[in-house]
Design a binder for this molecule. Structure first.
Ligand SMILES: *[C@@H]1O[C@H](CO)[C@@H](O)[C@H](O)[C@H]1NC(C)=O
Ligand SMILES: *[C@@H]1O[C@H](CO)[C@@H](O)[C@H](O)[C@H]1NC(C)=O
Ligand SMILES: *[C@@H]1O[C@H](CO)[C@@H](O)[C@H](O)[C@H]1NC(C)=O
Ligand SMILES: *[C@@H]1O[C@H](CO)[C@@H](O)[C@H](O)[C@H]1NC(C)=O
Ligand SMILES: *[C@@H]1O[C@H](CO)[C@@H](O)[C@H](O)[C@H]1NC(C)=O
Ligand SMILES: *[C@@H]1O[C@H](CO)[C@@H](O)[C@H](O)[C@H]1NC(C)=O
Ligand SMILES: *[C@@H]1O[C@H](CO)[C@@H](O)[C@H](O)[C@H]1NC(C)=O
Ligand SMILES: *[C@@H]1O[C@H](CO)[C@@H](O)[C@H](O)[C@H]1NC(C)=O
Ligand SMILES: *[C@@H]1O[C@H](CO)[C@@H](O)[C@H](O)[C@H]1NC(C)=O
Ligand SMILES: *[C@@H]1O[C@H](CO)[C@@H](O)[C@H](O)[C@H]1NC(C)=O
Ligand SMILES: *[C@@H]1O[C@H](CO)[C@@H](O)[C@H](O)[C@H]1NC(C)=O
Ligand SMILES: *[C@@H]1O[C@H](CO)[C@@H](O)[C@H](O)[C@H]1NC(C)=O
Length: 444
């Protein structure tokens, strides 16, 4: 290529940059329009009259939180349960649909008929439950759970945590809400009897649930996107000691979580479609410093419209106050086909079973495993803390967008050289045209 061609190519690329940048500015979604404002209403322990001699909504050690998010044409329900394994059941219903909970049946274990129902029934549903905590002894510092000797990994049932709701730090109105639940105790079963243990002197396991009826970025690291149709979940796992005897506590502990995820659709109607774990790469890390990847568990699309997701960044923080410096990796593993038919009966520990009943075994039900740590990070043992965030909701997982600022920077970076190149070309051409013709020939 001649130098003139190179110059022209450079100029074209530069101009393209300038165009992209102005396009970006006009499409810049920094101040996204809210087309439909959804309205939240919440009820604690809906339909429960009196338990333990107390008005149910005053009980802080039993929480079934019903969040209704009303739009113009339909209603999204987020039903959080801290009875049994921590669970979120999400459903889309018509506007006039009501939730009914048969409390006696729901509190009883393994009732195969649904005790949580909507009337008229839900048009779509999805749910997940955090059913197990994995504690692994990673003697060789290989980090990933599937590379650690399986006999070194113990699973603890999350249904045995005792959750306390903190109403003094919770808030809710029609557009914002936040609830915090903390477990400091765990039930251990010995033979036929059960005993309640503290999670250790500083041990706690905390869930913070946050929702906003608008779109944008969270102001907490890793600054994830939230949308009007999703909810963000912050988890803190601090100095939790689940060992029964001191000698059982591993010397090189790694922590992992097992989730069960279900979409309310029968396998036979799904034509072999499964959930999938999607990795999206981004070019810039302006929102989450150092992280160029987003992971999402996505469901098949039902009826051309209904789908859901769980989304996270592969990073977690090892301090109570989140800081980019104190972060380690989050690992994920291939999804597994889960159902009691396949020998996985954890779904019975959660309200997913109270809603779907025994029918859940013929639905799309998958196990998602996650674990935390980076090689040579000193194990969970070093700081004894993990703070992690994920978001979950209806529709497509939100995609990071490049902000106007970055577009301007790209525009300046590519546009100014382009201008210089164009000016140079013009200069050269004008100069050549002015030169005598034989000079030009001699030059060849
Ligand atoms: C329980 O308390 C809530 C809120 O304070 C109130 O709306 C409800 O009527 C009470 N229920 C009973 C059975 O007293
Ligand atoms: C919850 O609290 C009530 C009263 O505050 C108490 O009677 C009941 O035993 C507690 N339930 C559990 C499961 O701890
Ligand atoms: C709810 O509304 C739908 C129409 O939007 C109607 O067909 C149905 O009968 C209503 N159900 C109840 C329980 O009011
Ligand atoms: C896993 O650990 C068990 C018990 O310590 C041992 O018997 C077994 O050989 C180990 N397996 C591998 C693959 O190292
Ligand atoms: C909330 O209440 C708990 C006890 O119920 C207390 O330990 C905590 O300090 C309170 N938090 C705030 C911010 O008031
Ligand atoms: C709801 O609460 C949030 C946070 O406290 C506040 O910013 C917002 O203005 C409130 N919205 C309404 C409608 O009161
Ligand atoms: C459980 O039962 C066994 C045998 O009956 C007994 O040796 C053991 O002490 C019991 N454990 C507890 C914690 O009670
Ligand atoms: C939320 O859901 C409604 C449909 O109920 C849809 O119109 C809207 O675009 C969704 N918002 C986002 C950010 O996905
Ligand atoms: C678990 O092990 C640790 C470390 O050895 C010990 O300090 C703690 O007391 C143990 N916890 C229980 C509940 O036994
Ligand atoms: C935790 O880490 C310390 C220092 O890294 C180590 O000495 C200790 O053996 C580890 N295990 C326990 C259970 O504290
Ligand atoms: C799809 O939507 C239509 C109309 O809302 C409904 O009748 C039908 O049952 C839905 N099909 C599935 C598979 O959900
Ligand atoms: C999942 O398990 C169910 C029940 O055993 C089975 O019918 C289905 O074919 C399995 N799906 C896959 C993809 O293995």
């Amino acid at each position: 290529m001649s130098s003139l061609q190179l110059l022209l190519l450079g100029a074209t690329l530069g101009l393209f940059g300038l165009i992209v940048s102005t396009e970006g500015m006009s499409n810049g979604r920094d101040d996204m329009k809210i087309e439909e404002v959804r309205k939240f209403t919440t009820v604690i322990n809906p339909g429960c009259q009196v338990r333990f001699g107390v008005n149910c909504s005053a009980l802080t050690n039993m929480t079934l939180l019903h969040i209704k998010s009303e739009g113009k044409t339909d209603c999204y329900h987020f039903l959080w349960s801290f009875i049994g394994a921590p669970t979120l059941l999400m459903a889309r219903t018509s506007l006039n649909s009501t939730l009914n909970v048969n409390w006696d049946e729901m509190l009883e274990e393994n009732v195969p008929t649904p005790s949580i129902t909507f009337n008229p029934p839900a048009l779509y549903s999805f749910g997940w439950s955090l059913v197990k905590i994995w504690i692994a002894d990673d003697i060789n510092d290989v980090v990933q759970l599937n590379q650690i000797n399986q006999s070194m990994i113990t699973g603890y049932q999350t249904k045995n945590f005792i959750w306390e709701r903190f109403d003094n730090i919770s808030y809710q109105n029609s557009t914002h809400l936040s609830y915090t639940l903390t477990a400091k105790k765990y039930i251990h079963y010995f033979n036929e009897s059960k005993q309640v243990f503290d999670l250790g002197p500083d041990g706690y396991f905390k869930f913070t649930i946050r929702m906003k009826s608008s779109n944008g970025y969270s102001d907490v690291l890793p600054y994830m996107l939230y949308s009007e149709n999703s909810t963000q979940v912050d988890i803190a796992f601090n100095d939790v000691q689940l060992n029964l005897t001191e000698t059982d506590y591993p010397g090189h502990p790694r922590i992992g979580f097992k989730y069960l995820v279900v979409q309310g659709a029968h396998l036979k109607d799904l034509k072999n479609e499964r959930m999938r774990l999607e990795r999206t790469k981004t070019l810039d890390d302006e929102h989450t410093p150092g992280v160029f990847e987003t992971l999402s568990v996505r469901t098949p699309i039902l009826n051309k419209t209904d789908q859901s997701f769980i989304q996270w960044k592969p990073i977690c923080y090892t301090g109570e106050v989140r800081d980019v410096i104190d972060s380690v990796d989050v690992w994920s593993y291939p999804l597994q086909n889960a159902s009691s038919v396949n020998g996985d009966d954890n779904v019975q520990d959660s309200i997913l079973y109270s809603y779907y009943g025994a029918d859940v075994d013929s639905m799309l039900l998958e196990a998602v495993n996650i674990s935390f740590g980076t090689q040579q990070d000193g194990f969970y043992n070093k700081t004894k803390h993990i703070s992690w965030t994920y978001s979950t909701g209806f529709g497509e997982p939100p995609q990071d967008f490049v902000s106007t600022l970055v577009f301007i920077i790209i525009g300046i970076g590519l546009g100014i050289p382009a201008l210089i190149i164009i000016l140079s070309i013009t200069y050269v051409l004008v100069k050549r045209l002015k030169q005598p013709r034989d000079d030009l020939l001699l030059g060849r």
